[in-house]
Design a protein around this ligand. Structure first.
Ligand code: NIG
Ligand code: FE
Length: 412
């Protein structure tokens, strides 16, 4: 059985305990079987003798560094055409995200570019992003459609993710977000588009088994709570679990809606109300903080500290997309969750591992280093989680391991 030895500090991020309980073990070791599943994790001095004596050519040495579970980016819009640097400049000059969207920019600008990009090209682009995410220690990635907005184009995006899943080392979790914006063909007929989503796009995606989750952007100018009910109901009927984009630009009662619908997660939450927070806690719906979107839009951050205090499990993700969050740097998002959202580094780590895995249905398989789970981990050039996240660098990751196999190393 291969093992990783000489770990300075191992944060297993096991589920027990609160958000800040990462179960850090000094001078630790980790072992896994040939299927890439963890068989043992703990203090190296207490390693069972048969494991300690075992020598494998796949053995690794952490060099006294910090080891954490592979990071889980539980909210991305990974496949899209083009970029929107022009809007970055317009916002800097004072236009708002909502104004730009109303003027035909925003999501619809990316829809135009995505429709013109072939499936092959989208695969290549997204594979490039995933390669750089791997170098940052990101081993599981949720990926949404939502820049196609018609039957053919939404299916195209989900097929991109299916092809990527066969090609990249990371685990991908696909989400259907056909209800991201009303496409130009349905301008003035939102109802008609919601019908298309429920009656054609959801069933077609389900037929090919292309999506595990169904998501809706609930916001003025996007979709209403009533639309979300219909779409998520259709998704559920076809085996897709519900998630929601809510309370991003204003408090629309979205957290309460997510809780009521039994959504696995409620994402964004920049403007969530105290009642919304209580509803999430009562429903055990994960709150997903997306600090890069708050940073880029100059918006207030989601009240992560308050959510944790009130009993909500808070995940941290990038929201990687060409508009509100043009960065896939999950460790930076974690640092921002501390700076803006008031999480401790330990809380941010559990939010980007175990709790993020919960938010995208991967908790049984990933998110913590415990017996039976995937041997997915990152070796980081830091003595502890606090030093890692406080000293932001382009990349502190020294090696990324998935299923016990080294998939990336800084010195290669
Ligand atoms: O999660 N809020 C809606 N959707 C994305 C932004 C998409 C875009 O601007 O292209 C988000 O922030
Ligand atoms: Fe998003």
């Amino acid at each position: 059985m291969p093992a990783l030895r000489n770990i300075g500090l191992l944060a297993t991020c096991a589920a027990e305990g609160g958000q800040g309980e990462i179960h850090a073990v000094p001078e630790a070791a980790l072992a896994w079987d040939d299927d890439g599943r963890v068989t043992w994790a703990g203090p190296q001095a207490k390693m069972p003798r048969r494991l300690a004596a075992w020598k494998s050519e796949d053995d690794l040495d952490a060099g006294g560094r910090l080891v954490v579970p592979g990071l889980v980016d539980c909210h991305t819009h990974l496949a899209f055409g083009g970029w929107r640097a022009d809007e970055f400049v317009r916002r800097a000059r004072g236009e708002s995200y909502a104004d730009i969207a109303r003027a035909g920019g925003g999501i619809l600008a990316t829809v135009r570019a995505t429709r013109e990009t072939s499936e092959d090209e989208l695969v290549e682009r997204a594979a490039g992003f995933l390669e750089r995410m791997l170098a940052l220690g990101v081993t599981t990635v949720e990926a949404k459609s939502g820049y196609g907005l018609d039957l053919h184009q939404e299916i195209k995006l989900l097929r991109v993710y299916r092809r990527l899943a066969e090609r990249v080392p990371q685990a991908l979790v696909p989400t259907l977000l056909a209800a991201h914006a009303v496409p130009p063909e349905y301008a003035g007929d939102r109802e008609g588009y919601v019908w298309l989503v429920c009656e054609e796009i959801v069933p077609a995606a389900a037929e090919e088994g292309l999506a595990r989750f169904c998501d809706v952007f609930v916001e003025e100018g996007a979709f209403t709570p009533a639309d979300a009910r219909r779409v998520l109901e259709a998704g559920r009927k076809h085996g897709m679990a519900p998630r929601l984009h809510v309370d991003q630009l204003r408090d629309g009662g979205g957290a309460e809606l997510a809780a009521e619908l039994g959504a696995v997660s409620a994402d964004h939450l920049e403007h969530v109300s105290p009642a919304g927070i209580r509803a999430l806690a009562a429903a055990s719906t994960v709150g997903v903080a997306l600090p890069l979107a708050s940073l880029y839009l100059g918006a207030p951050p989601a009240p992560a500290r308050r959510m944790v205090r009130d009993g909500v499990a808070v995940a941290v993700a990038t929201d990687f997309n060409p508009g509100s969050a043009p960065s896939y740097h999950l460790p930076l998002a974690m640092t921002l969750a501390c700076v803006q959202g008031g999480l401790t580094p330990a809380e941010a780590l559990k939010g980007a591992t175990l709790i993020a895995a919960r938010a995208c249905g991967e908790e049984e398989r990933a998110g913590s280093l415990e017996k039976g789970k995937a041997a997915d981990f990152a070796i980081l050039d830091a003595p502890d989680v606090e030093t890692w996240l406080y000293h932001h660098r382009p990349n502190a990751c020294v090696a990324t391991v998935i299923g016990g196999r080294v998939t990336w190393r800084a010195d290669a």
